[in-house]
Design a protein around this ligand. Structure first.
Ligand SMILES: *Cc1c(COP(=O)(O)O)cnc(C)c1O
Length: 389
């Protein structure tokens, strides 16, 4: 048979760090253990009914069955602009400063193709959502990692970026509220990032997937609210986590027109836009009463408190996050990330994600997602109490 040789691009991908965990998971499952999966950041709650009904109506309309517009439906993009004005007080021109995405991952993955030439640098946080680094590599660039450490509240040390690196960097990725650390950032921090980016002509790419999942009255800011952000920034949003729509594949990016439009140009050569019926359901999500978001965040808040209180009573160190549905938990004495995740899985049937899988500075942590109900969280805590560590 003809040998199948993969591209260097695939061969050079960073090693998949969850392979051993996946193997252990299969083994535990084969033993018939009832697994409690706190590993995946995928809401267990259903999409709210009014959004599903909007899709059903739109799907039945033949005018939605053809290719959509590349940059998104004008109505979707103007719903996004109105949502931004209302939520963040940021004014956008919906015809040039908004692009519809087939999920924000799609946009994040395509952005480097618009701005990275072979050998260019991008500043990428670590630990982080893996897409930023891989997308930079796919575009032929190289990531320079900005470590997120507890002593800096899991914010990158912008002042510590060497002058030479800053001079050569084209892109800078940030993500707050943050996956996996659940840290939040202030508008002052965003101002600092925008000033740095303006000084060095760097495009700031803010992944804002979790701005709507916040607790205790805290409202996360948009990077676009920062001074000068409209000059250097693009911000990615997702309907996935806010409205429990991960499977629907709909998101959007906003920002400086030249940046947004360059991303649109890449996309127009790769995909043909999001299904219009899904965009119409997205308009409904953004424009309807946001009670469904308040209910979902209240559910996550209760789960957060059950799990944080329970883990602390077991002696584990964990912050009570102001946003996201993740807990970033320090591994106990004597365990690294992989060992602690393996202990939880093989002894208690609990899946947690080893922190180093998101980048080396994530060593010493595991991430748990609040995507199972309170009874299951209590069950997980009981099992952890039984096995000890
Ligand atoms: C879930 C997630 C996304 C992807 O969301 P989609 O819109 O479903 O593609 C992007 N960034 C982060 C940090 C996420 O956790």
């Amino acid at each position: 048979m003809m040998p199948i040789e993969k591209s260097d691009r695939l061969k050079n991908l960073p090693p998949y760090l969850f392979k051993e965990l996946d193997r252990q998971k299969e083994e535990v499952r084969a033993r018939g253990v009832d697994i409690i999966d706190l590993g995946v950041g995928d809401p267990d709650l259903p999409t709210p009914p009014h959004i599903i009904e909007a899709l059903q109506r739109a799907a039945a309309d033949p005018s939605n069955h053809r290719y959509p517009s590349y940059s998104g439906m004008a109505r979707f993009n103007s719903a996004v602009a109105a949502w931004y004005r209302h939520r963040f007080g940021v004014e956008l021109d919906s015809s040039s400063e908004v692009v519809t995405l087939i999920g924000s991952k799609e946009g994040l993955a395509h952005l480097p193709l618009a701005f990275i030439n072979s050998g260019d640098l991008a500043l990428v946080p670590s630990p982080a959502y893996p897409v930023y680094d891989i997308a930079v590599q796919f575009a032929g660039g190289r990531s320079v990692f900005m470590d997120l450490r507890r002593e800096n509240d899991f914010l990158p040390d912008i002042d510590g970026i060497p002058e030479e690196t800053a001079r050569r960097a084209r892109l800078l990725f940030i993500n707050y509220p943050n996956n996996p650390t659940s840290a939040t950032a202030s508008l002052e921090f965003f101002n600092e990032v925008a000033a740095f980016a303006r000084r060095h002509n760097i495009i700031v790419c803010h992944d804002a997937a979790y701005t709507e999942l916040s607790f205790d009255g805290y409202r996360p800011p948009s990077f676009m609210q920062a001074e000068g952000a409209m000059e250097v920034g693009i911000e990615f949003h997702s309907l996935s986590k806010t409205y429990n729509m991960t499977g629907w594949r709909i998101g959007f990016a906003v920002g400086r027109r030249e940046i947004v439009q360059a991303l649109g140009q890449v996309k127009s050569n790769i995909d043909s836009g999001a299904f219009q019926a899904v965009q119409i359901a997205g308009i409904e999500a953004l424009e309807a009463d946001q009670a469904c978001v308040r209910e979902a965040t209240e559910t996550y808040r209760r789960r957060r408190d059950v799990l944080v209180d329970g883990l602390r009573s077991l002696g584990l160190e964990v912050a009570r996050p102001k946003a996201t549905f993740y807990l970033w938990i320090e591994t106990p004495q004597g365990y690294n990330s992989a060992q602690f995740a393996a202990h939880l899985l093989t002894r208690a049937g609990i899946v947690a994600t080893p922190g180093n899988g998101f980048g080396a500075p994530g060593e010493g942590y595991v991430r748990m997602a609040l995507t199972v109900d309170e009874d299951r969280l209590r069950e997980a805590l009981d099992r952890m109490r039984d096995i000890g560590f």
